[in-house]
Design a protein around this ligand. Sequence first.
Ligand SMILES: NC(=O)c1ccc[n+]([C@@H]2O[C@H](COP(=O)([O-])OP(=O)(O)OC[C@H]3O[C@@H](n4cnc5c(N)ncnc54)[C@H](O)[C@@H]3O)[C@@H](O)[C@H]2O)c1
Length: 383
Amino acid sequence: MKKLNLAVLGLGEGRSIISAASSSNYWDISMICDVNEELCLQMQRSYSIPAYTLDYSEVLNTKEIDVIGIYTPDHLHASHIIQALDAGKHVICTKPLMTGLSEARQILRASERSGCHVMVGQSSRFFEPMMRQRKVFQEGELGELATMEAYYNADHRWFLEKPWARSEGFKWLFGGLSHPIDLVRWYFPDVSEVMAYGDITSNGAEKGLKHEDIIHIIFKTSMGRTARVSGTYSCPMPPEQRDSGMSCILRGTRGASQADYHELRYSEHIEGSEPRIIHFDREDFYFRFKGLSHHAGEYQNYIDYFARCIESGETPLPDLKEGLVTVACMLAVDRSLLEGRPVRVDEILREENLGYLMERQPSSRDRRKLFPGKQRRIKVEHG
Ligand SMILES: NC(=O)c1ccc[n+]([C@@H]2O[C@H](COP(=O)([O-])OP(=O)(O)OC[C@H]3O[C@@H](n4cnc5c(N)ncnc54)[C@H](O)[C@@H]3O)[C@@H](O)[C@H]2O)c1
């Protein structure tokens, strides 16, 4: 397979994709870009990268670059994606895809015009416990998925040292909760309504945070299922032996499973089998920088998956449309926090003339994918 040429924009978390691509057989890194030259020089030296630039247009104008990895601050993603698509480049964009939908139609048009893919780098899907959990679910071992919980809690006060994290535009809803919200949409793509409550802690406010650092959300799907997501970001954490910072729990009619991200731990209990807990002994692959703020194994998994999709002509997921509906879910949560009422996801999408992204009701084929194993009648919501 011909290697893909990657350029990376934004060299904070961008370091993780640089490390991943540098140790992959599918990728060459041609260029890196950041407005901070010191960082460019540091990354260039560490990973022997042929070229760096402080000017994004140089990346856009370099013919041999196939894919741009976008790792700039959240509120800049939309414009960086549009420019990449207009230059005929595929895009891998870190989460959150965007923090609003005003540029969504422009991005959809740019993607159609260019024929290029946009994949959202939803790293949490690509950790080993989450991948194992998905496989067991898809094999129908858990029966019908009755409900699920996902959470991402972390003491991220250190993150508020970054000036953009203290700006009006930064929200943990997008920066942190985009992970568990994406996990819910992975299993329940038809989330139709949200109700959220939140608060800002004195710890967060003292550091200059402007929006909630505690958020609890209930999701409802068009088929009447419910799911729960929580996130807290400025308080100490319980010991990891007892809890996980990020976790996804599936509760099915025949079994339950839990995937814990940093702990690389997967637990399941399936009727008729002994409960089991697996620890994946791959710390050196996932946490190669020996800290919890940057990690690269899951990036390796998703960029290699992206490359295999390009080779086989498949669409890498989560794609632009899936990502945009997840953004709409986050915006529905934001409105629910503000107005204290349940908010429908299609209310948000219709305001941007994107209602068609949710128009298709789940078919019986979708239901079989959602609820593998034994089927039962499910009342489908219309409207
Ligand atoms: N697990 C994950 O998937 C994960 C983890 C952490 C961060 N992220 C995401 O990565 C993105 C960056 O976060 P971070 O923690 O690295 O922030 P950061 O501030 O450390 O890094 C952002 C970098 O972008 C550069 N930059 C800003 N504007 C630029 C421009 N116009 N052109 C070129 N470079 C520019 C900055 O100089 C900085 O080096 C965010 O969207 C964040 O949500 C994802």
